[in-house]
Write a protein that binds this ligand. Structure first.
Ligand code: ZN
Length: 247
């Protein structure tokens, strides 16, 4: 708090922002270094231990301001009393956690023995994301297909990686790309397919208010793209999974 008060006296030159706010300091630093910090970007390399707590402290009065602007009486309405802080914590720790957390630890095991697994692996991962246009929830599943290369990662790691990519402000098209890229990075595999199926809060709760609008996106790499047999096997597997566990 003292920090913030001192900050008010020492205005930084850049547009009147105060670098004594950690959020401002980090934003300027990323700008200076040419680091992109869009809603779907991970910025964990800029954060140190304890920074998230500081950023939550800084975001709380900002959310209070938003509630004030919405003319919500957060002083006497018991349901709105702690809302600003709840929102700040929810953004940093939950719905956008994939921006601030480093990549999940996906220890890889060698897949180079005589009896190595050479088939296709298809993992179904439940996703919770948020559209970066309206900050509305995106709920769905990703099917991640892979032909194992020299490295294997634990089955749960596919889902951890997918959820880490999803917990940001995204567009579904970007999300499928991000998952494919990170899976390729973690496994060194070049044959990867990602199929995402999701419903969007911004179509259900606002705008066209369509309650059953489903969006599908597909990203195919390597043999998933080039070999019709692999592609067919991937989609047959998805169909099997969907018959087993309908969305
Ligand atoms: Zn939207």
């Amino acid at each position: 708090m003292t920090n913030k008060e001192t900050g008010l006296d020492a205005m930084a030159g850049d547009g009147g922002y105060q670098e004594s706010y950690l959020g401002d300091h980090l934003r300027f630093k990323m700008k200076r270094e040419g680091k992109r910090f869009w809603a779907g970007d991970n910025i964990s390399e800029y954060l140190h231990e304890g920074d998230i707590e500081k950023l939550i402290d800084e975001a709380t009065p900002a959310f209070e301001k938003v509630l004030d602007s919405l003319l919500i009486d957060r002083e006497t309405d018991p349901n709105s009393k702690g809302t600003a802080r709840r929102l700040a914590k929810m953004y940093f720790n939950e719905i956008m956690a994939g921006r601030y957390d480093p990549a999940p630890d996906a220890t890889a095991f060698p897949n180079d023995s005589q009896d190595r697994y050479e088939g296709m692996l298809v993992v179904r991962s439940e996703l919770r994301s948020m559209c970066s246009h309206h900050h509305q929830p995106v709920t769905g599943v990703a099917y991640i297909g892979i032909i194992a290369a020299q490295k294997l990662i634990g089955l749960s790691k596919y889902t951890r990686i997918a959820q880490w990519c999803a917990r940001r402000g995204t567009l579904q098209e970007e999300l499928a790309n991000d998952i494919a890229r990170e899976i390729m990075k973690a496994t060194d595999a070049t044959d990867v397919g990602v199929y995402v199926q999701a419903v969007h809060g911004c179509c259900e709760n606002r705008g066209i208010m369509a309650h059953s609008s489903l969006t599908q996106t597909t990203v195919l790499k390597g043999s998933f793209k080039d070999d019709p047999g692999t592609k067919k096997e991937f989609f047959d597997n998805i169909k099997l999974q969907q018959d087993f566990a309908p969305r």
